[in-house]
Design a protein around this ligand. Structure first.
Ligand code: ADP
Length: 407
């Protein structure tokens, strides 16, 4: 419409070309042009304010969404059954979930140090080590404040820029208490059974002595003695197992090569009785820092098994060092071997590939779990490599001989 007015003014100015008409036409055209410019800028402003408004809506929506996510994360962290802290690298607490606040009895521990809140040097050292090494770390820690508890602590760094540190604590107090109750129960039962078993054996032996060889009752008495002996072996093994579980081994320096040799000599008559050749290769001396009694038990169990499950051929015991200077003990036999499906469960308590054969050899099903417990308590590992009807090799590796032999 404004454009039409301007055009009309221009036409008038052309048709009636007086000075007055020209001036009027110019004024009209200028006014029209001004109106057009003002109208356009008004429209632009209106457009801009519309897009600002829609941006504001978008920002609001994003803000709401991020608040919702952050609230959901808070709810998630509060609902977890573990205490969770987020700290700076110098252990100033930035966030603590509800469990962490309840755990240490703080309404709001943010801004305080991890040490001030937990009063645990062990935990703060763990956090410090994880921060310095930039590696996630875990450890079982005993907290004494506000009351004594055992926790499994994990520390790890924020993944994006490693600027912040997460610390989580899982309370394992009742789990450890239950384990101790179970251990004590097994040890007490085994201990209590010893006296009646000794009495039963003594009485059965006396009765056997007083029974003539052709008396059919003699077979029962012999069986009673054999079964009591088996029960005694089981209770002895259970006592060894609970003793190794309940405390870290007390260690001293000793010659492992001589200890292994003593076991080999002790079992030599058993090998000769089965017409098996029992060979031992070792360095002249191998000083080790460990529990001599427990490690002797490991060697007895492995060599005894090798003899039990081998009918012909040989059993080779080798002690030496690998390229990393770790101490390696190998017990290799040419026996019945173990099918691969049994290998993963072999070190479990009472797991036997063939119960009948194990019983016949006087086995308890506890020998290998004792081996694993003792070896792991010394920081080592035990593995088995076996082929059915060809034989088995049990390999025990103890950490680096230099560090292992240091007190
Ligand atoms: P056990 O007292 O029955 O020998 P262990 O815990 O010592 O119990 O061994 C568990 C099972 O592993 C044994 O019953 C046996 O089936 C198998 N086993 C252990 N050592 C050998 C071996 N050298 N050769 C073949 N089988 C073995």
């Amino acid at each position: 419409m404004l454009g039409c007015l301007a055009a009309a003014a221009a036409v008038v100015a052309l048709v009636v070309p007086t000075m007055q008409t020209i001036a009027v036409a110019v004024c009209i055209a200028a006014t029209v042009a001004l109106i057009v410019v003002w109208y356009r800028s008004f429209q632009t402003l209106e457009d801009q304010s519309q897009s600002v408004a829609s941006l504001e809506v978008k920002v609001d929506r994003l803000e709401n969404e991020s608040r919702r996510h952050s609230n959901a994360l808070d709810d998630l962290a509060d609902g977890l059954d573990l205490a969770l802290f987020l700290t700076t690298q110098d252990q100033q607490i930035l966030y603590a979930n509800r469990r962490a606040r309840d755990f240490f009895g703080f309404d709001d521990p943010t801004g305080q140090t991890l040490l001030a809140v937990t009063l645990s040097n062990e935990l703060t050292d763990l956090a410090k080590n994880a921060t310095e090494s930039k590696e996630p770390l875990r450890a079982e820690i005993t907290l004494s404040q506000p009351r004594e508890r055992i926790v499994l602590a994990s520390v790890w760094m924020e993944s994006s820029n490693q600027a912040r540190v997460f610390v989580s604590l899982v309370d394992v107090t009742s789990l450890r208490r239950l384990e101790r109750v179970r251990r004590d129960f097994v040890a007490n039962v085994s201990h209590e059974l010893r006296t009646p078993m000794t009495t039963i054996r003594a009485m059965a032996e006396t009765a056997e002595d007083e029974t003539s060889v052709d008396d059919p009752n003699r077979t029962y008495l012999t069986k009673i003695i054999r079964e009591v002996d088996r029960l005694t072996r089981i209770t002895d093994d259970l006592l060894i197992l609970s003793a190794t579980e309940s405390a870290a081994p007390s260690k001293a320096k000793f010659d492992l090569a001589a200890a292994v040799n003593a076991v080999v000599q002790q079992l030599r008559p058993k090998a000769s009785g089965k017409h098996l050749s029992l060979n031992y290769t070792a360095p002249p001396e191998c000083t080790y820092y460990g529990n001599e009694g427990q490690l002797t038990q490991v060697v007895i169990n492995l060599v005894d098994n090798a003899l039990n499950y081998t009918t012909q051929g040989e059993v080779n015991v080798t002690l030496g060092f690998d390229p990393d200077d770790n101490i390696v003990l190998k017990v290799q036999d040419t026996g019945i071997g173990i099918a691969s499906e049994h290998v993963p469960r072999l070190f479990e308590r009472f797991y036997r590939v063939d119960k009948g054969r194990s019983r016949a050899t006087g086995g308890t099903g506890l020998g290998l779990s004792i081996v694993r417990h003792i070896v792991e308590a010394h920081g080592g590992s035990v593995t088995v490599d076996s082929e059915l009807n060809k034989g088995s090799t049990f390999t025990v590796v103890f950490p680096n001989k230099r560090s292992a032999s240091k007190p």
